[in-house]
Design a protein around this ligand. Structure first.
Ligand code: MG
Length: 257
């Protein structure tokens, strides 16, 4: 009888231990893309004035002058950048993935011109999507936002999913858009947190879209920005997987700050 009681106690203790091991706590709700996409209010549409093409200043590093992609490499392979150079411009080849500068940069002034092809199809994020990444971490969105609405923190000139641009300054497909970007690289503490956040000013076609915006962290499609310690990095151009016709670039130069 005593033995029976002892073994019954042992069994009930084991049940308690098992119950403790299996105790479950609530988990954060799983993130989905739509949870970080905001559609209103839409930035006002501003029609750009005429702009002469800005050739590179004397102290600029020329990244593309119409001839070749020697200043760029494939982000996937580190080998030659294989986007298509033609007629003094180059066009994204979506089968080849992103390309990035051979050289790494810290803070800079970047000039870059891009064009959405006339007759482009698709809508929202699936129409002329590309992007330019600062130090390989932070994306300034490139998208055909000419009469094409999308979530506003993902439209042209946003730091993707972090900020709504102050205006929509798009030229129509077939016309060249001009980006002038002033980027200040972050400074990190030893523990990997920001001592000084990165900041960025974005001007499209002479119109300020971002005015010294404080970048929160990395660009993420799903979830919130992360803080990841890094040093100088390349300027990367995005080959986006959307099925729309590819965009083109020309006249790219950078001045170190
Ligand atoms: Mg993009």
């Amino acid at each position: 009888m005593k033995r029976l009681i002892l073994s019954a106690m042992a069994v009930s203790l084991a049940v308690v231990a098992t119950a403790q091991e299996k105790k479950e706590y609530p988990q954060p709700e799983r993130m989905r893309p739509g949870m970080t996409e905001f559609w209103t209010p839409q930035p006002k549409v501003v029609t750009p004035g005429d702009q002469a093409t800005a050739s590179a200043p004397s102290d600029a590093i020329v990244l593309f002058d119409g001839k070749n992609l020697d200043a760029w490499v494939s982000s996937n392979t580190g080998g030659a950048a294989e986007w298509r150079v033609h007629d003094g411009v180059f066009t994204v080849d979506k089968s080849k993935g992103d390309i990035q500068t051979r050289e790494n940069f810290g803070s800079y002034q970047l000039h870059l011109e891009w064009m959405v092809p006339e007759g482009i199809t698709g809508e929202s994020q699936a129409r002329g999507n590309s992007g330019v990444f600062m130090q390989n971490m932070y994306e300034i969105q490139i998208l055909d936002c000419y009469q094409n609405e999308t979530y506003v923190n993902g439209q042209t000139g946003s730091v993707y999913k972090q900020v709504v641009p102050l205006a929509n300054a798009m030229r129509k497909p077939g016309e060249w858009n001009v980006y002038d970007i002033i980027y200040n690289a972050p400074v990190f503490n030893e523990d990997g947190t920001y001592k000084v956040h990165p900041t960025v000013t974005v001007i499209q076609n002479g119109i300020v879209l971002l005015n010294n915006f404080t970048i929160l962290g990395t660009t993420e499609y799903i979830g919130l920005p992360r803080v990841v310690k890094h040093g100088d990095g390349p300027i990367r151009l995005q080959s986006h997987g959307d099925p729309s016709e590819p965009i083109s670039f020309r006249n790219i130069w950078v001045r170190k700050l």
